[in-house]
Design a protein around this ligand. Structure first.
Ligand code: PMP
Length: 361
């Protein structure tokens, strides 16, 4: 039996309609008599899925014509290395915003490739809030500025970004891509693992300004070179066909459910429910993130003591709630409420929290 309330941080819940369609088509992909798992990535069937999935992303995110959409492997962690390998050349410096664990991992990888400057940081607040982007001291010779739009572990999310002028802005959007509308033209490159808002793990989406890719001159292996992947329309080598196929279905589901605007409205309403249970609890629950930095995707919170928290987890599991334990680095509690989580499921969590407080508060 499927758990009723899945709040996993990623891989995370997929819409039931999508899971059912995968099941229905698994042995016979759209009348071919073959499974998606056993056809060539050079077949016309996969060519169609590849092209259509790129197109769907372009339409949903309103991606300008001068951008490429790539499907890659290796997760966002590979992007931590690829970004500096492609763009951080000798003599230049990469500027990073240090907003939490994931930004920290991106920084550590870049430091292995070249010179890195931390131009904004909220380490001193233990990442309860996001570093301000409006007074960054960007050193001359900066090749790009990198930020993390949503810190999955701390539960913080940028509401607005910043105009970086001629310096390319690169963003890790692994945990909030397609959860709200953004202006893609603010960014030179966006990357995101699919396993939270877009589909299963195994595929990473990269959206990049073509002109940035054309400039790549770093002597790096082809498999790490964005331009090689762009020139071959993400068919440079065997792509993760099953994962891309599922992303295709998820995007069609988003399209059929009000597009990005619909998703964004639902996500706001969902987050409001759970933050309400925290804010209205007279301190029984407290949020880990400062109010103005709070994420609509990962609601992080705690109870007043460890015993109570253990009990909360135990009882929540008994009641069908899955995935509420916080990340091992941050501890405490976390509800990840990505696109596939429904309003009703968030309402059920809110009610469970209020009831738990009544009994133990
Ligand atoms: N960046 C962010 C913001 C993440 O949340 C994660 C995974 N939780 C990663 C990067 C790493 O992604 P992957 O496991 O796909 O390499």
């Amino acid at each position: 039996m499927r758990p009723i309330y899945n709040f996993n941080a990623g891989p995370a819940v997929l819409p039931s309609e999508v899971l059912l369609q995968i099941q229905e088509e698994l042995l016979d992909l759209q009348g071919t008599g073959l499974s998606i798992l056993e056809i060539s990535h050079r077949s016309k069937e996969y060519e169609k899925i590849n092209g259509e999935t790129q197109q769907l992303l372009k339409e949903l995110l309103n991606i300008p014509l001068d951008y490429e959409v790539l499907f890659m492997q290796g997760g966002a962690s590979t992007q931590f290395a690829m970004v500096p390998m492609n763009f951080l050349l000798a003599g230049s410096v990469a500027s990073y915003v240090y907003s939490g664990t994931w930004a920290g991992k991106a920084i550590a990888e870049a430091q292995k490739i070249g010179q890195v400057a931390i131009v904004a940081s909220s380490e001193s607040s233990n990442f309860r809030k996001l570093p301000a982007l409006d007074n960054m001291k960007v050193p001359p010779g900066t090749a790009y500025i990198h930020l993390t739009s949503n810190e999955t572990i701390a539960g913080t999310q940028y509401k607005n970004f910043v105009d970086t002028g001629s310096i390319p802005l690169i963003a890790d959007m692994s945990s909030d891509i397609l959860s709200r509308s953004i202006d893609v033209s603010d960014f030179a490159l966006i990357y995101a693992g699919a396993q939270k808002n877009l589909g299963p793990s195994g595929v990473t989406v990269v959206i990049a300004r073509r002109e940035l890719l054309q400039r790549i001159s770093a002597p790096i292996p082809d498999i790490m070179n964005y331009r090689i992947h762009a020139d071959s329309r993400s068919l440079y080598h065997t792509p993760p066909v099953f994962a891309v196929y599922i992303v295709n279905l998820v995007l069609k589901w988003i399209q059929a459910n009000g597009g990005v605007r619909g998703v964004e409205n639902r996500n706001r309403a969902k987050a409001d429910l759970i933050y309400y249970a925290i804010d209205d609890s007279d301190g029984f629950y407290s949020g880990l993130a400062d109010r103005d930095s709070r994420s609509l995707m990962n609601v992080t919170f705690r109870t007043s003591n460890e015993e109570l928290e253990k009990h909360f987890l135990l009882e929540s599991e008994r009641n069908g709630f899955v995935g509420l334990k916080g990340h091992r680095d941050a501890g405490h509690l976390r509800a990840s409420i990505y696109n596939g989580v429904t309003y009703e499921q968030c309402k059920a969590l809110k009610e469970f929290m209020i009831d738990f407080q009544k009994r133990f508060g």
